[in-house]
Design a binder for this molecule. Sequence first.
Ligand SMILES: [Mg+2]
Length: 216
Amino acid sequence: MMARMTSRTVHIGQMCKKNLRVLLDMDQVLADFELGFFQEYRKKYPEYPYIEMKDRVGFFVKDQYEKMFSSVPNIGNAVANIYNAKKFFLNLPEIEGAVDAAKKLAKMEGVDVFICTSPIEKYKYCLPEKYEWVHKHLGPEWVARIILTKDKTMVNGHLLIDDRVDIIGAIERPSWEHVVFSANHNMKADIGKRRRLDNWTNGDWKELIEDFKMRI
Ligand SMILES: [Mg+2]
């Protein structure tokens, strides 16, 4: 009887454990999609017009290229060829300081970290390469933290750090609060009352996490 009581107590204790669940987006939060794209595009299509990284506006790079260079035949295909190619996602560089910060975040008391990422439409290389990237840069134990979904509103968490401004889905009011990770493409976007995290290098992320920890 006593043993049973004890195990029940532990079980309830675990259920009551309230850790801060942090969801980290992958592209442009951990992995530098924009830099990887720019470098590959310039290398593969040196004769094509291009948009400087600082002038990127809007989430989808293809949309902006098609709009700006509508007179160039097949420019959209040229853009898509870059990120649909084998090893594109695998070879993406890290966002400065992201890997170090993510590892520190995961070691913080009372914090659970997950990577919440949406694969591109042509998933053949993107899917396994996202796993490989995480394994290579963060370590094998991080692979179990990956949540792949096209609909991030369906994922439970306290905060989602993501560069995409318009995250919509089946749930109108997601459980998480969206913190906008700054990127060239979202600097002019209206983000309403949402907070920004500008980078992983100036230490602001620690204050952000401590603030959220106090509020759950
Ligand atoms: Mg992203």
